[in-house]
Write a protein that binds this ligand. Structure first.
Ligand SMILES: [Zn+2]
Length: 513
């Protein structure tokens, strides 16, 4: 259960976590003498929580590490990331000590750092535990109020309420994306995923339109239909729209998320360990764009956004599409299928073609697309490619640094075109051993005629082992990135006076959809 942020004064019994910008500011503050003695005993370590009191409430002190600059351009963002990680460790301390109420303070007051600490703490509270016996018992009976009473309350000192409410909604959206990714395919197929988007739209205030198989056939979406042929469950195509009256953009920003709810590889079957066993995550792009819609609607961000999700599972069933098949995408392009495990690009092709009708300002697709992306950058970064101009690309890269969902631009030069050519169709669906993330992007580019960015999130979307506040398994990767991009898009287009940050005044105003 996500901790609750409170704006009242913390009770005297609350545990306390105090962060100091450096040793000098700690020494300048009037802390109890015995607390200072404990710190002295430990040698005033930087970047560590030191417990200085047990009673009446626990107290921890933390001295920030000076930001490392040796990594070049992202040096300035690493200080905030340190605080997110400190937030993760603080969450574990609170859990270990069964803390129910916590007060957080920054000395000197530092809004961004404090928010980052809380972001790390909130995101670290996530557990995918609904299938555990203990959790089921709790849900079944009176114990659900027990669970509520175990929830941590956090009282941040000197932080604006609006920023915190916005942060809490964003974290809830990330957690929603994690839940969708972690849900097994037996529970969450294409139909169920679309239903989940419907429910999110109803709850948060954005429109959701779901196409069934017949409608997908009518539209001639041959990529989605081909991948779905081996499945006994129908595909879906979901169109989400958030269009507030006060949107800063006339042409929409379109988000496209790969929704392969389960990927066996099809007839080009994947091996199980370290491969098929985690393939419920192959809809992480879809989860990220749906959850981003939730975050912007909940926070009434004045930006016009469409999200498209083509969804199906990929299976080697009786009528499964096969290597050697030639299929036709909705724009008329023919594709020779040489590997049925390169299915993501086929369903994305139909969605990217569909996006043309919006004459969009920018299209961003998120997809767990290639092993090649993981080989290049592991789970720490996402290759970013596309036809968007330098400013749009840079704005997305900067957003990545701010939230630490980092992007690395890769080329889609025309010299790569030859790698997806074939003599029997317009394109083939795989390149070769080399530059696999790039040839996948080259394939997608064929279906775009607008500024476009492709983010291959195969590395960071799903983690086999816990990694600080990103957790284990579904990370919800992409939600914070897209939100950071869209929020910046809003703020940079408003005059400073209008770009208020008060929920009660003009901030994002009221949506009128
Ligand atoms: Zn695949």
């Amino acid at each position: 259960m996500i901790p609750e942020l409170k704006f009242s004064k913390a009770p005297a019994s609350a545990a306390i976590a105090k962060v100091y910008g450096d040793l000098a500011s700690l020494k300048a503050s009037s802390l109890p003498v015995d607390w200072i003695k404990v710190m002295e005993h430990h040698g005033y370590p930087e970047g560590e929580w030191i417990q200085v009191a047990l009673a009446p409430g626990a107290a921890w002190l933390y001295i920030a590490r000076p930001p490392a600059t040796r990594y070049g351009v992202d040096g300035e963002y690493r200080a905030l990331e340190e605080f997110r990680k400190a937030g993760h460790r603080l969450e574990r301390l609170c859990k270990g000590h069964k803390i129910k109420t916590l007060q957080t303070e920054f000395h000197p007051s530092q809004g961004k750092g404090h928010e980052a600490l809380l972001e790390g703490l909130l995101l670290s509270s996530y557990r995918f535990d609904r299938y555990l016996k203990s959790s089921n018992k709790a849900a079944a009976g009176k114990a659900s109020s027990d669970k509520e009473s175990k929830r941590l309350s956090v009282h941040p000192v000197n932080l604006g309420k609006d920023a915190l409410l916005e942060l809490a909604e964003l974290c809830r959206a990330v957690i929603k994306a994690r839940d969708l990714v972690n849900e097994p395919q037996s529970v969450l197929g294409a139909v169920e995923l679309a239903k989940a988007f419907k429910a999110m739209g109803k709850e948060s205030g954005f429109k959701v339109n779901v196409w069934n198989q017949a409608r997908i056939q009518q539209e001639g979406m041959g990529g989605i239909l081909a991948v779905n042929r081996g499945s006994v469950r129908p595909p879906t195509f979901t169109i989400m729209e958030y269009k507030p009256a006060n949107a800063v953009n006339k042409k929409p920003i379109v988000l496209v998320g790969k929704g392969v709810v389960y990927d066996t590889g099809g007839l080009s079957l994947k091996p199980t360990p370290g491969s098929m066993d985690s393939m419920k995550c192959d809809m992480a792009g879809a989860a990220a764009v749906g959850a981003t819609m939730q975050a912007i609607a909940k926070n009434s961000l004045p930006v016009y956004v469409i999200a498209l999700v083509p969804a199906t599972d990929n299976r080697p069933g009786g009528d499964a599409y096969a290597p050697g098949d030639i299929i036709r995408i909705s724009d008329g392009t023919t594709v020779e299928v040489l590997n049925t495990d390169a299915e993501g690009r086929l369903i994305l092709a139909d969605a990217l073609h569909y996006a043309k009708r919006y004459k969009p300002e920018l299209v961003v697709d998120l997809a767990t697309l290639t092993g090649s992306a993981v080989m290049a950058l592991s789970s720490h970064a996402t290759p970013c490619m596309g036809t968007a101009d330098r400013n749009q690309m840079q704005a997305m890269v900067d957003a990545g640094f701010r939230c630490y969902e980092r992007l690395v631009p890769m080329p889609i030069w025309e010299e790569y075109d030859d790698m997806i050519k074939t003599s029997v169709a317009d394109l083939k669906n795989i390149g070769g051993r080399e530059a696999g993330a790039i040839t996948a992007a080259k394939f997608l580019e064929h279906f775009t005629d607008y500024p476009w960015l492709h983010l291959d999130i195969a590395g960071p979307a799903f983690l086999d082992a816990e990694s600080t506040y990103r957790g284990k398994h579904g990370t919800g990767h992409g939600v914070r990135l897209l939100y950071a991009y869209l929020r910046h898009r809003v703020m940079s287009s408003k005059a400073p006076a209008q770009a208020a940050t008060s929920r009660t005044s003009s901030k994002f105003n009221k949506k009128s959809q």
